[in-house]
Design a protein around this ligand. Structure first.
Ligand code: 5GP
Ligand code: ZN
Length: 116
């Protein structure tokens, strides 16, 4: 399913050009427009899924591919050994603002914990 009003679906289809770092048949990694760290990428499934709550068993392989793509982004950005963070926000209390799931990949600086 693709949502015709979904920005990240438009990135996935190529209708709108993203600053792509890595791509496979099923996932796309691109730079965040408002980076919170020297490396800040978003990894999305090309198939539209609004939130983590909407994932089904059929997405199991795709979710694994999101993390393999995050690993590849970190490697390409040279932040794999120093460390990096992956985050996926779900719904309002967590601060989700774009309702097409995306794994944030943040690296290149010391990241504090716990997050706000
Ligand atoms: P969320 O708050 O939903 O977890 O994260 C949404 C992310 O999408 C934010 O980090 C925001 O900067 C990013 N974002 C929003 N609009 C755009 C856009 O048009 N292009 C890119 N590359 N990132 C975007
Ligand atoms: Zn979408």
């Amino acid at each position: 399913m693709s949502d015709s009003d979904c920005l990240f679906c438009k990135f996935a289809s190529g209708e709108i050009k993203a600053d792509v770092i890595f791509e496979t048949d099923n996932v796309l990694a691109f730079r965040d427009i408002n980076p919170q760290a020297p490396t800040h990428a978003l990894v999305i499934p090309k198939r539209h899924v609004s939130t983590i709550n909407d994932l089904t068993e059929s997405d199991t392989d795709t979710v694994g591919q999101l993390f393999l793509a995050a690993r590849e982004v970190a490697r390409q950005e040279g932040t794999d050994d120093a460390g990096y963070r992956t985050v996926m926000n779900c719904n309002a209390a967590a601060g989700q603002t774009v309702f097409h799931i995306h794994l944030h990949v943040l690296g290149g600086r010391k990241l504090s914990w716990p997050p706000g």
